[in-house]
Structure formats: C-alpha cells, structure tokens
Ligand binder design. Structure first.
Ligand code: COA
Ligand code: MG
Length: 291
C-alpha cells in the first residue's frame, strides 16, 4: 500500500519576512510554501530568494517533517531564471510555479531548469486559460520534473475574471471542480485557495468544510491562525475513522467472501467503499504519525 502524505494545510510565508520564516516550521502546517512571488515587493526579490534558500537548508538540518516548497516568480518576470537556479540547487520538496496557463508554460519552465535539476513541480491554477483546460496542464508529464500538485490561486483568478469571491463561492465552483477532476484524472493532488479575511474564523471554517467536501487534499492558508482549522477540517474525524474501521475489512469476513455488497450500520457498502475506508485509515495513520 502506498503511504499518503498529509497536506491538510499549506502555509504561505513571505520570503521577505525573517520573523515569519523563523516561525514557519513550528506552526503545525503540513506544508510551508516560501513565497518569492506575490507576497514579496520587487525591491526585496533578491534578499527573499537568498533567505528562502537558507530556510530550506535550515529545515533540512533540523530534520523537519514539514514539507517545504518554494514559490518562484512567474515566467516573463525578470526574476524567473535566478529563482529557478537557486531553488533547483536548494532542493526543497517541490517548486511551486505561479500562473501556469497551459502545458507549454510547464515545458518552458522545464527547459529553463538545469539539465541535472530533479524535483517535483507544483502548478498554480489561477488564470482563465488554466481553469478552461486544467487537464492539459495536469497531464503534461516529465519523469525528472514531475507535476505533483495543482494549487488554486483564487485572488489572481478573481482579478483576471472579474468574478467576486462571495461566501459559498458559487461563481467559482465550476472552475474549482474542473481543476479537481483534472488533478484526479492525472492521478495528482490538489489544494484549495486561500481565505483572505483572517479575522473571520467562522467563514474560514465553512470554506474549509466546503473544500473538503469538494474533494481537495487541503487548503492553502496565509496566517498561523488558520493552520489548526485547516488541519481539523481535512483530517478524518474520530467518527469517520470508527466507521471506516468497521467497513475496511468487511469483505474479508468469511460470510462476505463472495459478496459485492453488504450492509454496515444500516447503509449499503460496496467493495469500492471498503477501498475508500482503507484509504481514509491510511491518511488517518499518516496524520497520527505527525503527532
Ligand atoms: N507565516 C508565518 N508567520 C506568520 C505569518 C505567516 N504567513 N503571518 C503572520 N505570521 C507571524 C507574524 O510574523 C507575527 O509574529 P511576530 O510578531 O513574531 O512577527 C505573528 O504571526 C502574528 O502576525 P500578525 O500581526 O497577526 O500578522 P501580520 O500583520 O504580521 O501579517 C499578513 C499579516 C497577511 C501580512 C501575513 O500573515 C502574511 O504575510 N501572510 C502571508 C501572505 C502571503 O504569503 N501571500 C501570498 C500567497 S496568497
Ligand atoms: Mg498570485
């Protein structure tokens, strides 16, 4: 059975903020994204890049179990080449690429990276073109620089489309679900976008639940206060674990050996539900191992 890497929360940390960078590994997020792009002003780009490289090394030295990702600046910016060179050398767990609109953008990044660079790529889905055809992006394969995750960028998408970010996100749901189906069709993961109103805890919790119900693996977050809520929402509950435990082995029982469908707790359970229960238990185990 392949293990599952929990990615319930992915915390953006501006590469330009030494205090935030120092705190990042201890805030409880499954993933830390060191940002060189939107959160960093042009005058700070070089300093932020150098700090991000140091921070990756510090995570490695501390043996941190937190997954560390660096977000580069976009294609067509003056910083992309220096960013890619520095990030490939620093070897974070992944390189996050903003504003990937089509498969050719991934190909351009792959061509810009040094021939010996080898690390997973994560792609931000945050332009109108990307949400129209996320499948072409998700399925643009490469062995040395494989695409591992899609990450939604809803602030850029709102800006580019004129769509408002309203509670419930009805205007954006078709795009969220198209991106989600593309990720699953390609066999990769996908993270939900950020929630900007840090003080609105109830609104954030509701959006986490919605993201979980939509099928996302986790949520990108912008402030330490949002980490626990995302971790809770994207982890199986005690009740779900108990139920999955009853379902996971039900077809192993001698009396169910030849059956395709049985009843558990008054509900129909098919073999696909036993598979889902086993996956849920593996995720719960991986989360428990995080402590
Ligand atoms: N990662 C790590 N630490 C963070 C953090 C983050 N994203 N956001 C805040 N903190 C730290 C602060 O450094 C501060 O600690 P300190 O007092 O030791 O410096 C503490 O948490 C409390 O911060 P607070 O005063 O509530 O927030 P702020 O006003 O300093 O920052 C933001 C607010 C929005 C500017 C900040 O949270 C941030 O930069 N978030 C990420 C933005 C980003 O990366 N955007 C791009 C992707 S959408
Ligand atoms: Mg952006």
């Amino acid at each position: 059975m392949p293990s599952i890497r929990p990615r319930r929360s992915a915390l953006y940390v501006p590469g330009s903020s030494p205090r935030a960078l120092a705190k990042a590994p201890s805030l409880g997020a499954d993933v830390v994204i060191l940002d060189l792009e939107d959160a960093v002003a042009p005058a700070e780009k070089d300093a932020a890049r150098a700090r991000a490289v140091e921070t990756v090394a510090a995570f490695r030295q501390a043996g941190s179990p937190v997954e560390i990702v660096v977000r580069a600046n976009g294609l067509g910016t003056p910083w992309i080449e220096a960013d890619l060179a520095a990030i490939a050398a620093a070897r974070p767990d992944a390189l996050l690429l903003p504003k990937i609109s089509r498969a050719e953008d991934l190909a351009r990044v792959r061509a810009l990276l040094a021939p010996d660079a080898a690390l997973p790529l994560w792609a931000m889905i945050e332009t109108p073109l990307a949400v129209l055809d996320p499948l072409s992006i998700a399925t643009a394969r490469d062995e040395r620089l494989p695409l591992e995750m899609l990450v939604l960028g809803l602030n850029d998408l709102a800006r580019e489309t004129g769509t408002r970010q309203v509670p419930g996100r009805a205007p954006m749901l078709p795009w969220l679900m198209t991106a989600l189906a593309a990720a699953r069709a390609a066999g990769i993961g996908i993270l939900d976008g950020v929630f900007n109103d840090i003080a609105d805890e109830a609104g954030f919790a509701a959006e986490c639940r919605q993201g979980r119900d939509c099928g996302f693996d986790g949520k990108t977050v912008i402030h330490p206060r949002q980490v626990d809520g995302a971790n809770a929402a994207f982890a199986p509950s005690a009740e779900e674990i108990a139920r999955a435990t009853r379902i996971a082995g039900v077809f192993d029982l001698a009396e169910n050996a030849g059956k395709g469908v049985v009843m558990v707790d008054g509900r129909m359970v098919e073999r696909l539900h036993a598979d889902m229960a086993q996956r849920l238990l593996r995720l719960a185990e991986a989360i428990a191992a995080r402590g």
